[in-house]
Design a protein around this ligand. Structure first.
Ligand code: PLP
Ligand code: COI
Length: 341
C-alpha cells in the first residue's frame, strides 16, 4: 500500500482530512451497525442536543507503525471504557467497548495510507466522538445520537517536541469537585479555551489547574496529567476525583514500577511541594511526555532543576520505554498492543 505524499517529519498537531471515517447512529433505543463513509460532513437539525446544550464527548488515541512494519494502537479498550463512563455521566447511550475497538480498527485499516512511517516522529491520531443529534429545546438529553471516528496524521502537540515548556498556574478553575473533570466531555474543553488563549497570549504553553475547593493542590493541565520525579527518583502523580484518568499516566505508572524498578506514588500534591521535585512532565496521548522547565505563579517562579534545554534523565527513560513499547521495540505487557495491520 502506497503512503500519502506528506512531509511526515514536519507535521503539526492539526487536522488533515483523510479518506474514510466511521459513523454509527442511535435511534429508537438502539445503535445501527455503523459504516465507513467518504463524507466528512455532519448534517443535523439546528436544534440538536449538541448545538443547544453541548451534549458531546470524545476520546483520543493513536496508531503507530512499528519497527517491523505493522500498524498497531495502544490500549484502545481503555479508551472505550472511558468513553462509556463519559456517556453515562452525560446521559448518552453507551457505545460498547467491544464495538468501539472494532470500529477503531476498521477506521485505521481504511486509512492505512495515512499512518505515518516508522521513525518519522509522526503518528495517526484517532478521534472517536459522540453527540446528541436530535432536537431538544427543554433542557434534557437528546433521543438520537451519532458516534463517529475520524483519523488524522499528527506531529508533536507542543511546538518544539521534547523541548521543556513554560506553564503558568491558572487563576481559572478547570473542574468542580463532583463535576465533570473525570470524563472527556466537550464542555470541559469549551470552558478551557479562554484560559488557554489567555495563557498563550502571555507566552505560556499551558495552564496548571489547581483544585477549585482549596486552590492548594495540583490537578492537571487542559489536555494532560502531571507526573513529577522526586530528587530520589520516585514518580509522583496527583490523585483527584476531578482529573481525567489518563491512559498514558496509568501506563507510565506501570512502566515505572515494573520495567524501571521505580517507586510510584499516586497522591495529593500540594503546590508548595512542586519546587522540591527534580523533574516535571505532562503526559497524555497527544503530549506523550512533555517536559516542563518552568512554572510561573504570578510574581513567583518555580525553575525545575532539569532546566530549559532538554528533558530530564528519568522522564527520558520513561519516554523511551513507553514509546519503545508503543513502536514495538520493547515487549509490551499482555493486552496493551492491538495489531491492526
Ligand atoms: N487530561 C486531559 C484533560 C486530557 O484531555 C487528556 C487527553 O486525553 C489527558 C489528561 C491525557 O489522557 P490520555 O493519556 O488518556 O490521553
Ligand atoms: C489527547 O491527548 O488525546 C487529548 O485529547 C488532548 C487534547 C488534544 C484535547
Amino acid at each position: 500500500m502506497e503512503k500519502k505524499n506528506l512531509d511526515w517529519a514536519n507535521l503539526s498537531f492539526s487536522y488533515i482530512k483523510t479518506d474514510k471515517r466511521f459513523v454509527a447512529n442511535y435511534k429508537d433505543g438502539a445503535w445501527d451497525g455503523g459504516q465507513l463513509t467518504d463524507d466528512d460532513k455532519v448534517v443535523i437539525t439546528e436544534c440538536a442536543g449538541v448545538l443547544q446544550y453541548s451534549q458531546s464527548c470524545f476520546e483520543g488515541l493513536k496508531a503507530y507503525t512499528t519497527e517491523d512494519g505493522h500498524v498497531v494502537c495502544f490500549r484502545p479498550d481503555l479508551n472505550g471504557q472511558r468513553m462509556e463512563d463519559s456517556c453515562r455521566r452525560l446521559e448518552m447511550p453507551v457505545f460498547p467497548t467491544e464495538r468501539f475497538v472494532d470500529a477503531v480498527v476498521e477506521t485505521v485499516r481504511a486509512n492505512l495510507a495515512w499512518v505515518p512511517p516508522y521513525g518519522s516522529g509522526a503518528t495517526l491520531y484517532i478521534r472517536p466522538y459522540m453527540f446528541g443529534s436530535s432536537a431538544v429545546i427543554g433542557v434534557k438529553p437528546a433521543d438520537e445520537y451519532q458516534f463517529r471516528i475520524l483519523v488524522t496524521p499528527v506531529g508533536p502537540y507542543f511546538k518544539g517536541g521534547a523541548k521543556p515548556i513554560v506553564i503558568r498556574v491558572s487563576d481559572f478553575d478547570r473542574a468542580a469537585p463532583h463535576g465533570t473533570g473525570h470524563i472527556k466531555a466537550g464542555l470541559n474543553y469549551a470552558m478551557s479555551l479562554h484560559p488557554i488563549m489567555d495563557a498563550h497570549r502571555q507566552g505560556y504553553a499551558e495552564n496548571m489547574y489547581l483544585d477549585p475547593a482549596t486552590r492548594t493542590k495540583v490537578e492537571e493541565t487542559g489536555g494532560a496529567n502531571f507526573i513529577f520525579i522526586t530528587k530520589d527518583g520516585t514518580l509522583v502523580t496527583p490523585k483527584s476525583g476531578s482529573i481525567l484518568p489518563s491512559i498514558t499516566r496509568r501506563s507510565l505508572l506501570y512502566v515505572a514500577e515494573h520495567y524501571l524498578g521505580m517507586k510510584v506514588e499516586e497522591r495529593e500534591v500540594p503546590l508548595t511541594e512542586v519546587p522540591s521535585f527534580a523533574e516535571v512532565g505532562l503526559c497524555g496521548t497527544a503530549a506523550v511526555i512533555s517536559p516542563v522547565g518552568k512554572i510561573v505563579n504570578h510574581d513567583s517562579e518555580i525553575c525545575v532543576p532539569s532546566g530549559m534545554e532538554e528533558m530530564g534523565p528519568v522522564l527520558t527513560k520513561l519516554y523511551d520505554t513507553l514509546t519503545g513499547i508503543q513502536m514495538g521495540r520493547i515487549e509490551a505487557p499482555e493486552g496493551w498492543i492491538k495489531r491492526i495491520a
